[in-house]
Write a protein that binds this ligand. Sequence first.
Ligand code: VTB
Ligand code: MG
Ligand code: MG
Length: 362
Amino acid sequence: MPHPKTVENMIKCAGPIECALLPSLIHVTEAAAIAASYQMGKGNKNYADQVSVEAMRRMMNTLDFKGVIKIGEGERDEAPMLFIGEEVGTGKGGIVVDIAVDPLEGTNLTADGIPGSISVMAMAEPGGLFHGPDVYMDKIVVGPDVVRYEKEHPDEKIDLDAPIIKNLEIVAKALERDIGEIVVVILERDRHMNMIEEIRATGARVNLVSDGDLMPGVSTAIRGSGIHVVMGSGGSGEAVLTAAAIKILGGKVLARLLLPTVANGGSEEEIAEEKAEKMPRLATMGITEDNINDILDTDKLVPGSDFIFAASGVTSGQFLNQVNLFGGGDARVHSICMGSSGVVKLTDSIYIGDKEQTPLRL
Ligand code: VTB
Ligand code: MG
Ligand code: MG
């Protein structure tokens, strides 16, 4: 029997945010996931996104905290809700947070009814989440076995600029298997075609995804998920959300800001236009042409110490099932929610609409 003091030590909050808000966080992602799930397969990704944004916002505004959206749906003039800078929560209770949201990550996946879409968010103390304009980040995501291996072999470290073979050799050694047994997830995009060929040339197995590389990133830190590395560029907000989960689970993210026009081979004019639009905001965060290419590690992406993360499945995924809807307004939704003290809750929530019409079933 563990000593009671040990147990108390184990079950403790990282701070007031985890203590007060962790239990409510899945209500927010689950509201968004259930709303989106009614739009599954209906071919309208924008509407699916809209209903999840609205549900998330309504639910957040019932909770006692004072929050500011730092990573959200876009700037005020483009996004009507959950825009960057929007204040959410009742403002009561004395808890102040910065928030990253992606109410429907993988809108195409929901609209097409195919696996991998989620509702996801993170909260941290002010300044606890890296935030900038909505650009891409190039990244590599690995699990805790690799972090442990790096500690034991200080000369062998994952590096965003190293040849892919070098990084995959480290991952393979850390996991005590051959490169041919490693699975790398990467978004299927034209900009990744060379990278995909390079990964294939190492002998590693490749899992191309049409959208949604956030949960695959989280999965690198979960043994048995069958995913060992995520590579390539995707949304910067998604990278920060991935890093929040990874920091709790002990894995590692290395990332670098990347302008979409640069990544996608835009013309000089398009690149200049994007720079003119986005560099001023980056400058307010101390990011300039001189340091924009610096590598951001997990702690730079998520400097916070009291933070929480939650994701709920919309369509089925690695370990989150799709939302099931029953008669009478019942819904069943799978979530993962985590706090920075090192708590992980995998939940299977059933919201009973009409208890006589649809009694609880296992
Ligand atoms: C990634 C991926 C997302 O967008 O962020 C990707 O994780 C990047 O955008 O699920 P592009 O489509 O421009 O490559 C998503 O696929 C959708 O938000
Ligand atoms: Mg979104
Ligand atoms: Mg997204």
